[in-house]
Design a protein around this ligand. Structure first.
Ligand SMILES: [Zn+2]
Length: 437
């Protein structure tokens, strides 16, 4: 008689995502403590205290969102300023996301609140990028002059919390970019270099549509960014994004404005620069997305740039909604799930040192621990129901694209603990509107 292997959790009969091959195949998962201990054909002798029937559902490694704003309570409060910050667990585990990165909500003046208060109180694994502007987005714009960037303080701040602060964030928006030009991204890169971390650059001057942003974009891609730096808002239609400027004549014969992917973007990709989608409010355009894809660049990672406002009024309702948007552009479901699991895990894997309190080294490192499912990996798992249909996805210009799938998080397991899922950001829960006939 085989001995019983006592487990805490069994997930039975789900379609499991293999992130190496980007395929789905039926199987089971057994979890003990915070680890996956068996997968695919889990023997009957693995008996669990709790069982989840996942038949008809998709099971992925915990979804990762590389661009969010979750510094709740750290933005100034006034009758004129809404708190744009999302609750970390609402963007995280209660939405089926196990790991997220706060992308520059805070600068040196207020990141202590994120690191010492928000993150220790979140069930979600939260990492952070330090805004190059000392005030973070407590004040928008966060950079109005060179005085808003304090190099030595920023380097020291990162150095003090390398377990959480994994890079620098800089937004190439006016007036920062129009006032400082290339000195803005150079100052950000200098901090990142001296601290030994990556830089995430927001491309697309949504606030100013300035010539400076337009001129800086190819230079940033060609001269400034290095391996594992991240470009976010890859599908922005704003000037200073990844597309060339419209031709002065107002467009090509086809009347499409003639905007094409900057060749510097492909060169940067070849050097190991990562491209993230970062849907957000005004930073995602279906038209721009199609041009970027036509130019031969499929971004590495899908992220939401979700804020409190975007969650309820759009256009970035949730990471699940953002994955559906990307699928509506012709990316397969399986590829989009890899862009939300293994690919962002690979981006994070270059972060040094490994996260405190996690088994990051023993089993092959951070990349092995996140973004894939195998015996010995951290039991961060997301269970999804995939709804087929004709779903209306909306972009920052109000344009609608019809997608074949809508994703609903059904369950989320973080380090072996089953987390409750929220009702969802839309009137009907998690799903976008069905196509109107
Ligand atoms: Zn953002």
């Amino acid at each position: 008689m085989t001995e019983t292997v006592q487990c805490d959790l069994r997930i039975n009969g789900g379609q499991l995502l293999n992130t190496d091959t980007a395929t789905l195949a039926q199987g089971d998962i057994a979890v003990k403590g915070d680890q996956v201990i068996a997968i695919e054909n889990v023997p009957e002798n693995h008996v669990a205290t709790r069982t989840i029937d996942a038949s008809g559902l998709v099971v992925t490694p915990g979804i990762i969102d590389l661009h969010t704003h979750v510094a709740g309570g750290l933005r100034r409060s006034s009758p004129y300023v809404e708190d744009m910050m999302q609750d970390a667990d609402l963007a995280g585990v209660h939405s089926g996301v196990t790991t997220l990165v706060d992308a520059g909500s805070c600068g040196i003046s207020n990141i202590g609140g994120l690191v010492n208060h928000v993150i220790p109180n979140a069930k979600t694994r939260v990492l952070a990028l330090l805004n190059v502007g000392s005030l973070g987005v407590n004040r928008i714009p966060e950079v109005t002059s060179a005085l808003d960037i304090e190099h030595d303080e920023a380097v020291a701040t990162i150095d003090a919390r390398r377990d959480i602060i994994i890079g620098v964030k800089a937004r190439m928006v006016s007036p920062g970019i129009s006032e400082l030009g290339m000195n803005l991204p150079k100052a950000a890169k200098a901090i990142a270099n001296d601290a030994g971390v990556r830089l995430m650059v927001h491309v697309g001057d949504t606030t100013g549509q300035s010539d400076e942003a337009l001129n800086a974009a190819p230079k940033i891609l060609a001269e400034l960014l290095t391996e594992n730096d991240i470009v976010t808002h890859s599908f922005s239609g704003a000037r200073g994004g990844l597309l060339s400027s419209p031709s002065p004549s107002g467009g090509s014969a086809a009347g499409d404005g003639g905007r094409t992917l900057l060749r510097e973007a492909l060169d940067a990709r070849a050097r190991g620069v990562k491209f993230d989608i970062g849907v957000g409010g005004k930073n995602f355009s279906f038209d721009a997305a199609k041009r970027v894809l036509d130019g031969g660049l499929i971004p590495d990672t899908i992220s939401s740039d979700v804020t409190l406002q975007s969650r309820y009024v759009g256009t970035s309702f949730s990471q699940m909604d953002c994955i559906g948007k990307v699928i509506s552009l012709g990316i397969t479901l399986e590829d989009a799930l890899v862009m939300s699991t293994r690919s962002p895990a690979a981006v994070l894997s270059s972060s040094l040192p490994p996260l405190l309190g996690e088994r990051a080294e023993g089993d092959g490192g951070f990349e092995q621990m996140l973004g894939c499912m195998a015996p010995g990996t951290q039991a961060d798992l997301t269970i999804l129901r995939i709804h087929e249909g004709e779903w209306e996805y909306i972009d920052g210009d109000g344009q609608i694209n019809i997608g074949p799938y809508a994703l609903e998080p059904v369950s989320c397991i973080r380090a072996g603990q089953v987390m409750p899922i929220d009702y969802g950001p839309r009137e009907g829960g998690w799903l976008p509107n069905r196509k109107r006939t």
